[in-house]
Design a protein around this ligand. Structure first.
Ligand code: BG6
Length: 473
């Protein structure tokens, strides 16, 4: 493992900060999402209803407690911390001409605190938290105007933090919105709930995001040529359930549906199969010559991936289909060789090595694992919080990453474990789906002291980092 490997953790603004109405912050799409569970989807209420509970309003209060939290991350030896900037702290409505200075100051302080400990910031520009005003007034990413609003936001923060931040990501898990039947995924990515022509709507919203991302990459290089700008893919291998060639073809199609997002970000143009699909289905997607030019110019420097699970797909009538309301696909089956988390996410550490190989062969770019983690309902006991399941999950994934680096020659530049401190779950809005090395005393209903308590995995991860992974060999 290279000495400068970026070990660390990852969080996002809306899942930790809270203080939803402090510092001049505007209402974001995360602020209108209620708490749910695996079986009871979060509601998108379009306004704040007094009888509902909105867990992101308080988050874990990182807004006030970031010095304490960053100190704990430093104690684990973090070299990098992935955070996101809440768009609504900088442009509360999203369409203003001038930014909110108080919001800019907040992130100045956060970056300064990280710098104190030599922690490299990795910053996502859009992590499921666009201003709600843009949804109401413009229809969010249905509208071409979003490109300009996003550019203004991105350029403002890149200019402001050009001496403090080197690694950027444009859109978190941009391919999530391909799960078109679950409104949570399209709403958090695009601020859109796709209706009649769901797939065409998704292609249009994603197109405007591709153009916005590419234009930001081009502008960023002028602000600081040293910047490294990545895209972000929720990387999920699709395995065929059987050797029936129909299953193999389906798995390939599912992979392609996911990878077309990175194809555009990395190659700077659409794959032919997508253009062919639009033509065959009669979709008229608003794509201009200038857009194509922007896409070609603004290709990314590295690929950020999040990795949690693999999928197994089938066409066969005798398959054991999942019918999972969250993952929302009719072709998903259980994998007879793997177990699942309580939330139905298939545990598959080898899938990470598989995915790293697939991406490197396809794109030949450095890869940054910007999320990987294990959601588990940890219990506080008299002797502390023991989380051997998390340690095991992370150890097996890190080992696969190291095999990919050392045996397969894959260029992985960093690994930031997701939810390095317990936070609000994105898909369910729960607190009990915990990922952290640090426990936060708060429950699903918002009760608790918010105290921070180290879990067993805290010292374990500290050793992993100190040994640069060698203790896992
Ligand atoms: C990724 C997101 O999809 O997965 C994170 O980028 C999210 O925001 C993480 O929290 C885990 O998902 P969940 O639903 O368990 O929080």
């Amino acid at each position: 493992m290279k000495e400068n490997f970026l070990w660390g953790g990852a969080i996002s603004a809306h899942q930790v900060e809270g203080a939803w109405q402090e510092g001049g912050k505007g209402i974001s799409i995360a602020d209108v999402m209620t708490a749910g569970t695996k079986d009871r989807p979060r509601k998108i209420t379009n306004t704040i209803l007094p009888e509902e509970y909105y867990p992101n309003h308080e988050g874990i209060d990182f807004y006030h407690r970031y010095p304490e939290d960053i100190k704990l991350f430093a104690e684990m030896g973090f070299k990098a911390l992935r955070i996101s900037i809440a768009w609504t702290r900088i442009f509360p409505l999203g369409d203003e001409q001038l930014p909110n200075e108080e919001g800019l100051c907040f992130y100045d302080q956060v970056f300064d605190e990280m710098q104190k400990y030599g922690i490299e910031p990795v910053v996502t520009l859009s992590h499921f938290e666009m201003p709600y005003h843009l949804v109401e007034t413009y229809g969010a990413w249905r509208n071409r105007k979003m490109i300009g609003f996003f550019e203004r936001f991105a350029q403002t923060v890149m200019e402001r933090y050009k001496e403090k931040v080197r690694y950027w990501l444009t859109f978190n898990e941009i391919n999530n919105q391909r799960i078109i039947d679950n409104p949570i995924y399209s709403f958090t990515n695009s601020g859109v709930i796709f209706d009649e022509e769901k797939l065409a709507g998704m292609y249009q919203a994603a197109h405007y995001q591709f153009v916005a991302s590419a234009r930001v990459v081009t502008a960023a290089k002028k602000i600081n040529p040293e910047f490294q700008i990545g895209c972000c893919l929720a990387a999920t291998p699709n395995y065929p359930l059987t050797s029936d060639p129909r299953d193999q073809l389906l798995a390939q199609q599912e992979d392609n549906n996911q990878l077309y997002f990175t194809d555009v970000h990395v190659r700077g143009h659409y794959p032919k199969r997508i253009l062919n699909e639009w033509q065959k289905k009669g979709y008229t997607i608003d794509v201009t010559e200038a857009d194509l030019d922007d896409l070609a110019k603004g290709t990314v420097d590295y690929i950020g991936i999040t990795y949690y699970l693999s999928n197994t797909v089938s066409t066969r009538s005798d398959a054991n289909y999942l019918h999972d309301p969250l993952l929302g696909s009719s072709v998903l089956t259980t994998n007879p060789y793997a177990t699942m988390t309580e939330w139905g996410w298939t545990i598959d550490h080898m899938g990470l090595r598989y995915m790293l190989n697939l991406l490197q062969d396809r794109y030949e770019l450095p890869i940054f694992i910007v999320e990987n983690g294990f959601g588990f309902n940890d219990q506080m006991t008299e002797t502390g919080i023991h989380d051997p399941e998390r340690i095991d999950y992370l150890a097996e994934h890190i080992k696969q990453m190291m095999l990919a680096i050392e045996e397969d020659g894959i260029d992985v530049i960093g690994y930031t474990a997701w939810g390095c401190i317990d936070l609000i779950s994105f898909t369910t809005g729960e607190m009990r789906k915990r990922y952290g090395f640090i426990y936060v005393d708060r429950d699903n209903e918002g009760n608790g002291s918010l105290d921070r308590i180290k879990k067993d995995s805290f010292d374990w991860y500290k050793e992993v980092i100190a040994s640069n992974g060698a203790m896992l060999k």
